[in-house]
Design a protein around this ligand. Structure first.
Ligand code: B12
Length: 371
């Protein structure tokens, strides 16, 4: 990571709560304005290539929600990975780098016009800094960062073959590989971490660079879901007594659920009674569900940085309960992977990098509680 940028980010103004909330309140209106202005530009086709306008609108919406998270959480380091990712992913799909300067300048204008001057001023300072670092962000976007965990040596052949089966839409091949590689529950976690997870990260990198269509990524995800369901049915035992109870879910607006499924299955394989809620659980619903029952652990997954505020809200909600009613809170997923310190800042009890570490941490907490 660029140390100059890291230093500069430390100098950016802290955003007062009032400004962050005003920004959040006006998001819809500002997205509309940015969409309109960008659509009217005579150089639009040069900026967004042959892509449909809807793709640009999607980016404006995601950008708005992402910036809202940065301002509300006062977490500028999030900019350092997400902006280069945005440059890389959209450039990989035919957007020119000039598009980013254009849309950021438009946002800057719209912020000044929409918000009270005292609220706009600090937000505009952040945009000015991003705009002024355009060249560095291009450079960072050109460095490849897959973030993929490297499969252990003995898993390499299975990983390569599994990835190929996903890319070739060969569901029977994927199923057969999984069956051979994981004859019983003891190998499940290693298969998740050394085969499925890196294979899906590779699929993501190919989507990001424009090598793989959304349809083929969806197909890969669907095959993985089938493989994991088949393994669940074939391998999972149902003990008479569970060791403890956990809720596992992905937060509000979080549609990535494969990682959370792995954590849920890994805990269940370790003797936990797991209530897996899947993706996109609204904050208030999750709090109500957990508060009405007794759980030892709540495990929450976040992949996209613009979903972090919702995770903070869940944790704050649980922390407002009487102490003896609070389950342990574990967070994980790629939104935390580069910023594990966020787990503590948000008030979680811990972060785990993968499903194996999640089980180990949960185990440690159980021991400490004398269970
Ligand atoms: C499949 C996929 C999707 C699918 C998800 C389908 C599904 N049923 O889950 C769909 C199509 C819905 C999707 C949508 C989007 N996606 Co997507 N997606 C992916 C992809 C290719 C794979 C995700 C995956 O399954 N990974 C494998 C799992 C096993 O890994 P994992 O989640 O990290 O989980 C492990 C650990 O992190 C940990 N863990 C996970 N959760 C938890 C929880 C706890 C408590 C603990 C302790 C540990 C833990 O344990 C797991 C196992 O070891 C990734 C690429 C990637 N790098 O992952 C992109 C990726 C995550 N997506 C991306 C994007 C941008 C999007 C969209 C914004 C695209 C768009 N413009 O619409 C939307 C966002 C939707 C939303 N609001 O959530 C980007 C994110 C970039 C960023 N930094 O912001 C990625 C990285 C692609 C890329 N390379 O650009 N996506």
């Amino acid at each position: 990571m660029d140390s100059d940028l890291q230093y500069e980010i430390g100098q950016l103004p802290e955003i007062p709560e009032k400004a962050a909330l005003s920004h959040k309140q006006h998001l819809g209106e500002m997205v509309e304005k940015v969409n309109k202005r960008m659509s009217r530009r005579p150089d639009l086709n040069l900026l967004i290539g042959n892509n449909p306008l809807s793709m640009m609108f999607e980016n404006h919406k995601n950008h708005a929600v992402f910036m809202s998270n940065v301002f509300i959480l006062n977490e500028y380091p999030l900019l350092l990975n997400t902006i280069p990712w945005m440059y890389r992913a959209y450039h990989g799909h035919g957007f020119s780098f000039d598009y980013f300067s254009a849309h950021l300048r438009t946002w800057r204008q719209v912020l000044e016009e929409t918000l009270a001057p005292e609220d706009a001023a600090c937000l505009v300072a952040v945009y000015d800094w991003i705009i002024s670092r355009h060249g560095q962000f291009i450079r960072l976007s050109e460095q490849s960062v897959s973030g993929a965990p490297e499969p252990a040596q003995q898993w390499q052949p299975v990983y390569q073959a599994f990835l190929q089966s996903l890319l070739n839409a060969d569901r029977h091949g994927a199923m057969a590989l999984a069956r051979d590689a994981v004859p019983d529950l003891s190998g499940l976690n290693a298969f998740y971490v050394n085969v499925v997870q890196p294979a899906m990260y590779a699929v993501g990198s190919m989507w990001e660079s424009g090598e793989l269509s959304v349809a083929r990524e969806h197909l890969a995800s669907a095959i993985v879901n089938r493989v994991m369901s088949a393994q669940y049915i074939e391998l999972m035992e149902s003990p008479e007594n569970f060791r403890a109870r956990a809720v596992v879910t992905a937060g509000a607006n979080e549609f990535h659920e494969i990682g959370a499924t792995m954590v849920a299955n890994a805990l269940e394989a370790d003797g936990w009674e797991v209530f897996f809620l899947g993706a996109n659980t609204p904050v208030s619903e999750l709090l109500e569900y957990v508060s009405a029952r007794e759980f030892d652990l709540v495990a929450i997954s976040a992949t996209i940085p613009f979903n972090l505020e919702a995770i903070q809200n869940i944790i704050q909600g649980i922390r407002a309960w009487p102490r003896d009613k609070q389950p342990k809170i574990m967070v994980g997923g790629q939104a935390f992977a580069d910023y594990p310190e966020l787990a503590r800042k948000f008030g979680a009890d811990g972060f785990a990098e993968n499903s194996s570490q999640a089980v180990a941490l949960a185990e440690k907490w159980l021991k400490a509680a004398g269970k």
